[in-house]
Design a protein around this ligand. Structure first.
Ligand SMILES: NC(=O)c1ccc[n+]([C@@H]2O[C@H](COP(=O)([O-])OP(=O)(O)OC[C@H]3O[C@@H](n4cnc5c(N)ncnc54)[C@H](O)[C@@H]3O)[C@@H](O)[C@H]2O)c1
Length: 451
Protein backbone atom coordinates (compact mmCIF):
# COMPACT_ATOMS: atom_id res chain seq x y z
CA UNK A 1 0.00 0.00 0.00
CA UNK A 2 1.24 3.48 -0.82
CA UNK A 3 1.13 6.37 1.67
CA UNK A 4 0.99 3.90 4.44
CA UNK A 5 2.16 6.34 7.12
CA UNK A 6 -0.67 8.73 6.51
CA UNK A 7 -3.20 6.14 7.48
CA UNK A 8 -4.43 5.22 10.87
CA UNK A 9 -4.04 1.49 11.29
CA UNK A 10 -5.88 -0.69 13.69
CA UNK A 11 -3.72 -3.69 13.08
CA UNK A 12 -5.10 -7.17 13.35
CA UNK A 13 -1.77 -8.85 12.85
CA UNK A 14 -0.97 -12.34 11.70
CA UNK A 15 0.37 -13.00 15.20
CA UNK A 16 -2.92 -12.17 16.83
CA UNK A 17 -4.82 -14.31 14.40
CA UNK A 18 -2.41 -17.22 14.84
CA UNK A 19 -2.79 -16.86 18.59
CA UNK A 20 -6.51 -17.37 18.33
CA UNK A 21 -5.97 -20.47 16.22
CA UNK A 22 -3.60 -21.96 18.78
CA UNK A 23 -6.00 -21.37 21.65
CA UNK A 24 -8.83 -23.08 19.83
CA UNK A 25 -6.64 -25.95 18.66
CA UNK A 26 -5.55 -26.64 22.20
CA UNK A 27 -9.11 -26.65 23.44
CA UNK A 28 -9.76 -29.18 20.70
CA UNK A 29 -7.08 -31.49 22.00
CA UNK A 30 -8.80 -31.98 25.29
CA UNK A 31 -12.32 -32.48 24.14
CA UNK A 32 -12.42 -34.78 21.15
CA UNK A 33 -15.81 -36.47 21.48
CA UNK A 34 -14.29 -39.69 20.19
CA UNK A 35 -11.59 -39.61 22.90
CA UNK A 36 -9.96 -42.98 23.13
CA UNK A 37 -11.60 -44.10 19.91
CA UNK A 38 -10.63 -42.58 16.62
CA UNK A 39 -13.41 -41.20 14.46
CA UNK A 40 -13.96 -43.76 11.68
CA UNK A 41 -14.17 -42.08 8.29
CA UNK A 42 -15.46 -43.34 4.98
CA UNK A 43 -15.17 -41.22 1.85
CA UNK A 44 -16.87 -41.25 -1.53
CA UNK A 45 -15.18 -39.52 -4.48
CA UNK A 46 -11.41 -39.86 -4.32
CA UNK A 47 -10.31 -37.05 -6.63
CA UNK A 48 -8.07 -34.10 -5.87
CA UNK A 49 -10.18 -32.67 -3.05
CA UNK A 50 -10.50 -35.88 -1.07
CA UNK A 51 -6.88 -36.82 -1.47
CA UNK A 52 -5.38 -33.38 -0.73
CA UNK A 53 -7.73 -31.34 1.43
CA UNK A 54 -8.83 -34.32 3.52
CA UNK A 55 -6.82 -37.52 2.91
CA UNK A 56 -3.19 -36.47 3.02
CA UNK A 57 -3.75 -33.80 5.68
CA UNK A 58 -5.82 -36.09 7.88
CA UNK A 59 -3.29 -38.92 7.84
CA UNK A 60 -0.44 -36.46 8.45
CA UNK A 61 -1.86 -34.13 11.11
CA UNK A 62 -5.00 -35.76 12.49
CA UNK A 63 -4.07 -39.43 12.83
CA UNK A 64 -4.57 -39.26 16.62
CA UNK A 65 -8.21 -38.39 16.00
CA UNK A 66 -9.38 -40.05 12.81
CA UNK A 67 -8.81 -43.10 10.65
CA UNK A 68 -10.07 -44.02 7.20
CA UNK A 69 -12.05 -47.25 7.21
CA UNK A 70 -13.24 -47.15 3.60
CA UNK A 71 -12.78 -45.32 0.30
CA UNK A 72 -15.16 -45.39 -2.65
CA UNK A 73 -15.02 -44.11 -6.22
CA UNK A 74 -16.50 -45.28 -9.50
CA UNK A 75 -13.05 -45.18 -11.05
CA UNK A 76 -11.05 -48.16 -9.72
CA UNK A 77 -7.73 -46.78 -10.94
CA UNK A 78 -8.17 -43.41 -9.24
CA UNK A 79 -9.35 -45.22 -6.13
CA UNK A 80 -6.18 -47.30 -5.95
CA UNK A 81 -3.99 -44.27 -6.60
CA UNK A 82 -5.83 -42.30 -3.91
CA UNK A 83 -5.39 -45.04 -1.35
CA UNK A 84 -1.63 -45.10 -1.92
CA UNK A 85 -1.31 -41.32 -2.12
CA UNK A 86 -3.23 -40.78 1.11
CA UNK A 87 -1.17 -43.56 2.68
CA UNK A 88 -3.89 -45.73 4.18
CA UNK A 89 -4.59 -49.38 4.04
CA UNK A 90 -8.36 -49.45 4.41
CA UNK A 91 -10.59 -51.42 2.00
CA UNK A 92 -11.70 -49.74 -1.23
CA UNK A 93 -15.02 -50.06 -3.03
CA UNK A 94 -16.54 -49.11 -6.35
CA UNK A 95 -19.98 -49.82 -4.86
CA UNK A 96 -21.07 -47.28 -2.25
CA UNK A 97 -23.68 -49.48 -0.55
CA UNK A 98 -21.17 -52.28 -0.21
CA UNK A 99 -18.79 -49.89 1.52
CA UNK A 100 -21.41 -48.60 3.93
CA UNK A 101 -22.63 -52.11 4.80
CA UNK A 102 -19.13 -53.38 5.38
CA UNK A 103 -17.17 -50.64 7.12
CA UNK A 104 -19.75 -48.93 9.37
CA UNK A 105 -18.09 -45.50 9.62
CA UNK A 106 -18.87 -42.76 12.15
CA UNK A 107 -18.76 -40.13 9.41
CA UNK A 108 -19.01 -40.08 5.66
CA UNK A 109 -17.12 -37.46 3.63
CA UNK A 110 -18.70 -36.70 0.25
CA UNK A 111 -16.31 -35.34 -2.38
CA UNK A 112 -17.76 -36.60 -5.67
CA UNK A 113 -18.71 -34.35 -8.56
CA UNK A 114 -21.35 -31.88 -7.36
CA UNK A 115 -24.41 -33.41 -9.04
CA UNK A 116 -23.84 -36.71 -7.20
CA UNK A 117 -23.61 -35.28 -3.66
CA UNK A 118 -27.32 -35.61 -2.93
CA UNK A 119 -27.57 -39.38 -3.37
CA UNK A 120 -24.65 -40.02 -1.01
CA UNK A 121 -25.79 -37.48 1.59
CA UNK A 122 -29.27 -39.04 1.64
CA UNK A 123 -27.96 -42.60 1.74
CA UNK A 124 -25.35 -41.72 4.36
CA UNK A 125 -28.10 -40.41 6.63
CA UNK A 126 -30.19 -43.51 5.94
CA UNK A 127 -27.24 -45.68 6.98
CA UNK A 128 -27.26 -43.79 10.29
CA UNK A 129 -24.06 -41.82 9.72
CA UNK A 130 -23.18 -38.13 10.08
CA UNK A 131 -22.21 -36.63 6.75
CA UNK A 132 -19.59 -34.03 5.87
CA UNK A 133 -20.16 -32.82 2.34
CA UNK A 134 -18.13 -30.56 0.15
CA UNK A 135 -19.77 -27.51 -1.30
CA UNK A 136 -22.01 -27.03 -3.20
CA UNK A 137 -24.35 -29.14 -1.11
CA UNK A 138 -26.19 -29.99 -4.32
CA UNK A 139 -27.06 -28.62 -7.75
CA UNK A 140 -30.83 -28.20 -7.99
CA UNK A 141 -33.80 -27.47 -5.77
CA UNK A 142 -35.33 -30.97 -6.02
CA UNK A 143 -32.13 -32.56 -4.72
CA UNK A 144 -31.89 -29.85 -2.06
CA UNK A 145 -35.38 -30.66 -0.84
CA UNK A 146 -34.56 -34.40 -0.78
CA UNK A 147 -31.54 -33.70 1.44
CA UNK A 148 -33.60 -31.53 3.80
CA UNK A 149 -36.26 -34.25 4.01
CA UNK A 150 -33.70 -37.00 4.61
CA UNK A 151 -32.09 -35.05 7.45
CA UNK A 152 -35.49 -34.41 9.04
CA UNK A 153 -36.15 -38.17 9.00
CA UNK A 154 -32.74 -38.96 10.45
CA UNK A 155 -31.14 -38.65 13.85
CA UNK A 156 -27.89 -37.79 12.12
CA UNK A 157 -26.80 -34.52 10.60
CA UNK A 158 -24.95 -32.97 7.71
CA UNK A 159 -22.09 -30.45 7.74
CA UNK A 160 -21.28 -28.46 4.61
CA UNK A 161 -17.61 -27.49 4.48
CA UNK A 162 -17.63 -23.78 3.79
CA UNK A 163 -13.91 -23.31 4.28
CA UNK A 164 -14.13 -19.70 3.01
CA UNK A 165 -15.83 -18.73 6.28
CA UNK A 166 -12.69 -19.67 8.19
CA UNK A 167 -10.18 -17.28 6.61
CA UNK A 168 -9.00 -14.65 9.12
CA UNK A 169 -9.82 -11.78 6.76
CA UNK A 170 -13.42 -12.86 6.31
CA UNK A 171 -13.74 -13.53 10.02
CA UNK A 172 -12.62 -9.96 10.70
CA UNK A 173 -15.34 -8.63 8.38
CA UNK A 174 -17.86 -10.79 10.24
CA UNK A 175 -16.69 -9.37 13.57
CA UNK A 176 -16.99 -5.78 12.34
CA UNK A 177 -20.51 -6.44 11.09
CA UNK A 178 -21.45 -8.14 14.36
CA UNK A 179 -20.15 -5.06 16.20
CA UNK A 180 -22.50 -2.95 14.07
CA UNK A 181 -19.52 -0.87 12.93
CA UNK A 182 -21.39 0.90 10.12
CA UNK A 183 -24.98 0.83 11.36
CA UNK A 184 -27.66 -1.02 9.45
CA UNK A 185 -26.37 -2.60 6.25
CA UNK A 186 -28.35 -1.48 3.22
CA UNK A 187 -26.45 -2.94 0.28
CA UNK A 188 -23.42 -5.02 -0.69
CA UNK A 189 -21.20 -4.73 -3.77
CA UNK A 190 -19.37 -8.03 -4.38
CA UNK A 191 -17.33 -8.81 -7.46
CA UNK A 192 -15.25 -11.95 -7.87
CA UNK A 193 -12.52 -12.38 -10.46
CA UNK A 194 -11.11 -15.77 -11.48
CA UNK A 195 -7.81 -15.26 -13.27
CA UNK A 196 -6.68 -16.64 -16.60
CA UNK A 197 -5.07 -19.61 -14.82
CA UNK A 198 -7.91 -20.54 -12.47
CA UNK A 199 -10.97 -19.54 -14.52
CA UNK A 200 -10.27 -21.84 -17.51
CA UNK A 201 -9.75 -24.80 -15.14
CA UNK A 202 -13.52 -24.88 -14.67
CA UNK A 203 -14.04 -25.26 -18.40
CA UNK A 204 -11.49 -28.09 -18.74
CA UNK A 205 -13.48 -30.74 -16.93
CA UNK A 206 -16.93 -31.63 -15.56
CA UNK A 207 -17.53 -28.15 -14.13
CA UNK A 208 -18.15 -26.97 -17.70
CA UNK A 209 -21.32 -29.05 -17.87
CA UNK A 210 -24.39 -27.61 -16.23
CA UNK A 211 -25.71 -31.08 -15.41
CA UNK A 212 -22.57 -31.87 -13.36
CA UNK A 213 -21.78 -28.65 -11.51
CA UNK A 214 -24.98 -26.65 -11.84
CA UNK A 215 -23.04 -23.82 -13.61
CA UNK A 216 -20.51 -21.69 -11.76
CA UNK A 217 -23.43 -19.81 -10.19
CA UNK A 218 -23.82 -22.95 -8.08
CA UNK A 219 -20.43 -24.67 -8.15
CA UNK A 220 -18.34 -21.57 -7.44
CA UNK A 221 -20.73 -18.87 -6.30
CA UNK A 222 -22.11 -21.09 -3.52
CA UNK A 223 -18.99 -20.00 -1.60
CA UNK A 224 -19.69 -16.34 -2.30
CA UNK A 225 -23.43 -16.43 -1.64
CA UNK A 226 -22.78 -18.36 1.55
CA UNK A 227 -20.35 -15.69 2.71
CA UNK A 228 -22.92 -12.95 2.12
CA UNK A 229 -25.68 -14.96 3.85
CA UNK A 230 -23.33 -15.53 6.78
CA UNK A 231 -22.09 -11.95 6.95
CA UNK A 232 -25.60 -10.53 6.77
CA UNK A 233 -27.26 -13.20 8.90
CA UNK A 234 -30.28 -13.06 6.64
CA UNK A 235 -31.76 -15.16 3.83
CA UNK A 236 -31.89 -14.37 0.10
CA UNK A 237 -35.43 -13.56 -0.98
CA UNK A 238 -35.61 -12.54 -4.64
CA UNK A 239 -33.03 -13.04 -7.40
CA UNK A 240 -32.59 -11.49 -10.84
CA UNK A 241 -29.63 -12.46 -13.00
CA UNK A 242 -27.89 -12.25 -16.36
CA UNK A 243 -25.18 -14.48 -17.76
CA UNK A 244 -23.57 -15.51 -21.00
CA UNK A 245 -20.83 -17.64 -22.53
CA UNK A 246 -18.64 -15.41 -24.66
CA UNK A 247 -15.02 -16.57 -24.31
CA UNK A 248 -14.98 -20.32 -23.71
CA UNK A 249 -16.97 -23.22 -25.20
CA UNK A 250 -18.33 -22.84 -28.70
CA UNK A 251 -17.27 -19.18 -28.75
CA UNK A 252 -13.59 -20.19 -28.88
CA UNK A 253 -11.52 -19.71 -32.05
CA UNK A 254 -10.67 -23.43 -32.51
CA UNK A 255 -11.12 -26.67 -30.62
CA UNK A 256 -9.81 -30.11 -29.92
CA UNK A 257 -10.62 -33.03 -27.63
CA UNK A 258 -7.87 -32.24 -25.15
CA UNK A 259 -4.78 -30.05 -24.82
CA UNK A 260 -2.60 -33.15 -25.29
CA UNK A 261 -4.21 -33.94 -28.63
CA UNK A 262 -4.49 -30.35 -29.83
CA UNK A 263 -3.08 -29.16 -33.14
CA UNK A 264 -3.39 -25.52 -31.98
CA UNK A 265 -1.04 -25.78 -28.99
CA UNK A 266 1.16 -22.98 -30.26
CA UNK A 267 -1.76 -20.64 -30.87
CA UNK A 268 -3.80 -21.28 -27.75
CA UNK A 269 -3.09 -18.83 -24.92
CA UNK A 270 -4.83 -21.24 -22.53
CA UNK A 271 -2.83 -24.33 -23.52
CA UNK A 272 -2.30 -26.54 -20.44
CA UNK A 273 0.49 -29.12 -20.57
CA UNK A 274 -0.78 -31.74 -18.17
CA UNK A 275 2.24 -33.94 -18.91
CA UNK A 276 4.28 -31.52 -16.75
CA UNK A 277 1.95 -32.10 -13.80
CA UNK A 278 2.94 -35.42 -12.22
CA UNK A 279 0.05 -35.42 -9.76
CA UNK A 280 -2.65 -34.86 -12.37
CA UNK A 281 -1.04 -37.41 -14.69
CA UNK A 282 -1.24 -40.12 -12.02
CA UNK A 283 -4.67 -39.14 -10.64
CA UNK A 284 -6.47 -38.52 -13.90
CA UNK A 285 -4.60 -39.34 -17.11
CA UNK A 286 -3.51 -42.83 -16.00
CA UNK A 287 -7.15 -43.63 -15.23
CA UNK A 288 -9.06 -41.96 -18.06
CA UNK A 289 -9.48 -45.29 -19.89
CA UNK A 290 -11.87 -46.40 -17.10
CA UNK A 291 -14.40 -43.57 -17.41
CA UNK A 292 -13.32 -41.16 -20.13
CA UNK A 293 -12.73 -38.34 -17.61
CA UNK A 294 -10.29 -36.09 -19.44
CA UNK A 295 -8.62 -33.63 -17.08
CA UNK A 296 -7.14 -31.42 -19.83
CA UNK A 297 -10.25 -31.34 -22.05
CA UNK A 298 -10.51 -28.41 -24.45
CA UNK A 299 -11.97 -25.24 -22.94
CA UNK A 300 -13.48 -24.49 -26.34
CA UNK A 301 -15.39 -27.74 -26.76
CA UNK A 302 -18.93 -27.32 -28.00
CA UNK A 303 -20.56 -29.26 -25.17
CA UNK A 304 -19.74 -26.55 -22.57
CA UNK A 305 -23.08 -25.15 -21.46
CA UNK A 306 -22.28 -22.88 -18.50
CA UNK A 307 -21.74 -19.11 -18.37
CA UNK A 308 -18.36 -17.41 -18.25
CA UNK A 309 -19.71 -14.03 -17.12
CA UNK A 310 -22.47 -13.68 -14.58
CA UNK A 311 -24.23 -10.82 -12.88
CA UNK A 312 -26.74 -11.32 -10.08
CA UNK A 313 -28.92 -9.05 -8.00
CA UNK A 314 -30.35 -10.38 -4.78
CA UNK A 315 -32.86 -8.75 -2.47
CA UNK A 316 -32.44 -10.13 1.02
CA UNK A 317 -35.20 -10.76 3.48
CA UNK A 318 -33.81 -7.91 5.62
CA UNK A 319 -34.01 -5.64 2.56
CA UNK A 320 -30.26 -5.56 1.87
CA UNK A 321 -29.52 -5.42 -1.87
CA UNK A 322 -26.61 -7.47 -3.17
CA UNK A 323 -24.92 -6.64 -6.48
CA UNK A 324 -22.73 -9.62 -7.40
CA UNK A 325 -20.68 -10.60 -10.43
CA UNK A 326 -18.34 -13.42 -11.40
CA UNK A 327 -15.81 -13.13 -14.22
CA UNK A 328 -13.75 -16.13 -15.33
CA UNK A 329 -10.83 -14.68 -17.35
CA UNK A 330 -9.36 -11.82 -15.32
CA UNK A 331 -5.71 -10.74 -15.19
CA UNK A 332 -5.68 -11.30 -11.42
CA UNK A 333 -7.47 -13.59 -9.00
CA UNK A 334 -9.44 -12.06 -6.16
CA UNK A 335 -12.44 -10.01 -5.22
CA UNK A 336 -13.75 -6.65 -4.21
CA UNK A 337 -16.42 -6.27 -1.61
CA UNK A 338 -18.11 -3.32 0.04
CA UNK A 339 -20.83 -3.13 2.64
CA UNK A 340 -22.82 0.10 2.58
CA UNK A 341 -24.41 0.96 5.91
CA UNK A 342 -26.47 3.79 7.30
CA UNK A 343 -23.41 4.95 9.25
CA UNK A 344 -20.55 4.16 6.90
CA UNK A 345 -18.90 1.65 4.64
CA UNK A 346 -16.62 -1.38 4.96
CA UNK A 347 -14.52 -2.07 1.92
CA UNK A 348 -12.02 -4.81 1.11
CA UNK A 349 -10.13 -5.90 -1.99
CA UNK A 350 -8.27 -9.15 -2.01
CA UNK A 351 -5.81 -10.27 -4.63
CA UNK A 352 -5.27 -13.98 -4.14
CA UNK A 353 -2.89 -14.19 -7.08
CA UNK A 354 -1.39 -11.61 -9.39
CA UNK A 355 1.53 -11.38 -11.77
CA UNK A 356 3.16 -8.54 -9.82
CA UNK A 357 4.52 -8.70 -6.23
CA UNK A 358 1.91 -9.25 -3.52
CA UNK A 359 1.68 -7.73 -0.05
CA UNK A 360 1.85 -10.17 2.85
CA UNK A 361 -1.39 -8.88 4.25
CA UNK A 362 -4.88 -8.00 3.12
CA UNK A 363 -6.62 -4.86 4.21
CA UNK A 364 -10.09 -3.94 5.32
CA UNK A 365 -11.07 -0.28 5.21
CA UNK A 366 -13.71 0.91 7.66
CA UNK A 367 -15.03 4.40 7.01
CA UNK A 368 -17.59 5.74 9.40
CA UNK A 369 -19.57 8.58 7.84
CA UNK A 370 -17.91 11.98 8.41
CA UNK A 371 -14.77 10.30 9.83
CA UNK A 372 -11.38 9.27 8.48
CA UNK A 373 -10.88 5.68 7.36
CA UNK A 374 -9.44 3.05 9.65
CA UNK A 375 -7.46 0.17 8.20
CA UNK A 376 -7.17 -3.38 9.42
CA UNK A 377 -4.35 -5.50 8.10
CA UNK A 378 -4.68 -9.26 8.12
CA UNK A 379 -1.68 -11.44 7.40
CA UNK A 380 -2.18 -13.63 4.34
CA UNK A 381 1.02 -15.67 4.57
CA UNK A 382 -0.40 -18.75 6.26
CA UNK A 383 -1.17 -21.48 3.73
CA UNK A 384 -4.69 -22.81 3.08
CA UNK A 385 -6.88 -19.70 2.91
CA UNK A 386 -4.84 -17.81 5.54
CA UNK A 387 -4.88 -20.79 7.90
CA UNK A 388 -8.66 -21.11 7.54
CA UNK A 389 -8.51 -24.67 6.17
CA UNK A 390 -6.62 -25.88 9.24
CA UNK A 391 -9.05 -24.16 11.53
CA UNK A 392 -11.97 -25.85 9.81
CA UNK A 393 -10.30 -29.28 9.91
CA UNK A 394 -9.63 -28.80 13.64
CA UNK A 395 -13.29 -28.10 14.20
CA UNK A 396 -14.41 -31.04 12.06
CA UNK A 397 -12.01 -33.68 13.26
CA UNK A 398 -10.22 -32.71 16.48
CA UNK A 399 -13.06 -31.15 18.35
CA UNK A 400 -16.50 -31.17 16.77
CA UNK A 401 -17.90 -29.64 19.99
CA UNK A 402 -15.57 -26.66 19.90
CA UNK A 403 -17.43 -23.39 20.56
CA UNK A 404 -18.44 -21.48 17.46
CA UNK A 405 -18.99 -17.82 18.37
CA UNK A 406 -19.00 -16.66 14.75
CA UNK A 407 -21.31 -19.47 13.56
CA UNK A 408 -18.74 -20.71 11.06
CA UNK A 409 -19.99 -24.26 11.06
CA UNK A 410 -22.69 -24.79 8.43
CA UNK A 411 -25.46 -27.34 8.10
CA UNK A 412 -28.06 -28.15 5.46
CA UNK A 413 -29.98 -24.91 5.90
CA UNK A 414 -26.91 -22.81 5.07
CA UNK A 415 -25.84 -25.29 2.40
CA UNK A 416 -29.28 -24.99 0.88
CA UNK A 417 -29.60 -21.20 1.05
CA UNK A 418 -26.24 -20.71 -0.62
CA UNK A 419 -27.10 -22.94 -3.59
CA UNK A 420 -30.65 -21.63 -3.89
CA UNK A 421 -29.37 -18.17 -4.86
CA UNK A 422 -27.35 -19.74 -7.69
CA UNK A 423 -30.22 -21.99 -8.73
CA UNK A 424 -32.59 -19.01 -8.71
CA UNK A 425 -30.05 -16.99 -10.72
CA UNK A 426 -29.85 -19.79 -13.29
CA UNK A 427 -33.64 -19.86 -13.58
CA UNK A 428 -33.73 -16.09 -13.88
CA UNK A 429 -31.23 -16.17 -16.75
CA UNK A 430 -33.32 -18.88 -18.46
CA UNK A 431 -36.62 -17.06 -18.08
CA UNK A 432 -35.59 -13.40 -17.98
CA UNK A 433 -37.69 -13.03 -14.84
CA UNK A 434 -36.99 -12.56 -11.13
CA UNK A 435 -37.19 -15.74 -9.03
CA UNK A 436 -38.41 -16.07 -5.46
CA UNK A 437 -36.18 -18.27 -3.32
CA UNK A 438 -39.21 -19.32 -1.26
CA UNK A 439 -40.65 -21.02 -4.38
CA UNK A 440 -37.73 -23.47 -4.55
CA UNK A 441 -37.91 -25.51 -1.32
CA UNK A 442 -40.11 -25.61 1.77
CA UNK A 443 -37.56 -23.71 3.87
CA UNK A 444 -39.09 -20.63 5.47
CA UNK A 445 -37.01 -17.50 4.88
CA UNK A 446 -35.67 -15.50 7.81
CA UNK A 447 -35.08 -11.78 8.00
CA UNK A 448 -32.67 -12.36 10.87
CA UNK A 449 -31.12 -15.77 11.39
CA UNK A 450 -30.93 -16.96 14.99
CA UNK A 451 -27.47 -16.58 16.55
N1 LIG B 1 -14.26 -26.13 -0.74
C1 LIG B 1 -13.46 -25.93 -1.77
O1 LIG B 1 -12.78 -24.93 -1.82
C2 LIG B 1 -13.38 -27.00 -2.86
C3 LIG B 1 -12.28 -27.02 -3.72
C4 LIG B 1 -12.25 -28.01 -4.69
C5 LIG B 1 -13.28 -28.91 -4.84
N2 LIG B 1 -14.34 -28.85 -3.99
C6 LIG B 1 -15.47 -29.79 -4.14
O2 LIG B 1 -15.00 -31.10 -3.92
C7 LIG B 1 -15.71 -32.02 -4.74
C8 LIG B 1 -14.72 -32.84 -5.54
O3 LIG B 1 -14.00 -31.99 -6.40
P1 LIG B 1 -12.62 -32.48 -7.06
O4 LIG B 1 -11.94 -31.25 -7.57
O5 LIG B 1 -11.91 -33.37 -6.15
O6 LIG B 1 -13.17 -33.31 -8.31
P2 LIG B 1 -12.48 -34.59 -8.98
O7 LIG B 1 -13.05 -34.68 -10.32
O8 LIG B 1 -11.01 -34.53 -8.82
O9 LIG B 1 -13.00 -35.79 -8.07
C9 LIG B 1 -14.32 -36.22 -8.08
C10 LIG B 1 -14.30 -37.74 -7.91
O10 LIG B 1 -15.65 -38.20 -7.78
C11 LIG B 1 -15.73 -39.45 -8.45
N3 LIG B 1 -17.13 -39.74 -8.74
C12 LIG B 1 -17.95 -39.14 -9.63
N4 LIG B 1 -19.18 -39.69 -9.57
C13 LIG B 1 -19.13 -40.64 -8.62
C14 LIG B 1 -20.08 -41.57 -8.11
N5 LIG B 1 -21.34 -41.61 -8.57
N6 LIG B 1 -19.69 -42.44 -7.14
C15 LIG B 1 -18.43 -42.41 -6.65
N7 LIG B 1 -17.47 -41.54 -7.11
C16 LIG B 1 -17.83 -40.69 -8.09
C17 LIG B 1 -14.87 -39.26 -9.68
O11 LIG B 1 -14.48 -40.46 -10.26
C18 LIG B 1 -13.69 -38.46 -9.09
O12 LIG B 1 -12.67 -39.33 -8.66
C19 LIG B 1 -16.64 -31.19 -5.60
O13 LIG B 1 -17.93 -31.19 -5.05
C20 LIG B 1 -16.06 -29.80 -5.53
O14 LIG B 1 -17.05 -28.80 -5.66
C21 LIG B 1 -14.40 -27.92 -3.01
Amino acid sequence: MNNINRRKFLTTTGTLVAGTVITNSLSGLSSNVYAGNKMKLAAVGTGIRQTDMFGKKLTKDYSDYVEYVGLCDINPGRLEYAKNYIGVNCPTFTDFDEMMRNVKPDKLIVTTVDSEHDQFIVKGLEYGVDVITEKPMTTDEIKAQAILDAERRSKNSVIVTFNYRYSPHRRKIKELLMENAIGKITSVDFHWYLDTEHGPRYFRRWHGLREKGGTLLVHKSTHHFDLVNWWLDSDPDEVMAYGDLEVFGSKGPFRSKSCRACEFKDKCTYFYDITQDERNMRLYVDNEHYDGYIRDACIYRNEINIYDKMSVQVKYKNNVLLNYSLTTYSPYEGYRIAFNGTEGRIEAWIHERQTWPMEEYDEIMLIRNFEKPEYFRISNVEAGHGGGDKRMLDKLFKDPNQSDPLSQSAGTRDGCMSVLTGIAARKSIDTGKPVLVSDLTDLGLMEQRPK
